[in-house]
Design a protein. Structure first.
Length: 76
């Protein structure tokens, strides 16, 4: 999974980096990724995470409304 992640990042940035920069980025990402567990989220997990984020955002905005923030501030 780590290799797939690193390769995806490298391919995404290929238009912005020269070859030396890509090699260095790959080295850095590979080293950093050793400290993390990386897995691909299934589509339903992504949707659930998005739903949870929306719920948290709505609760936050509601709390700010209770605190007396203006409608303009809430929209911002």
């Amino acid at each position: 999974m780590r290799e797939l992640f690193v390769e995806e990042v490298i391919s995404t940035t290929e238009n912005f980096l020269d070859n030396n920069q890509k090699v260095k980025l790959k080295e850095i990402l590979t080293e950093i990724c050793l400290n993390y567990h990386i897995e691909i989220l299934e589509q339903n997990q992504k949707q659930e995470m998005q739903k949870n984020n929306e719920e948290i955002l709505n609760k936050f905005i509601s709390s700010k409304e209770i605190e007396g923030c203006s409608v303009r501030t809430l929209k911002y």
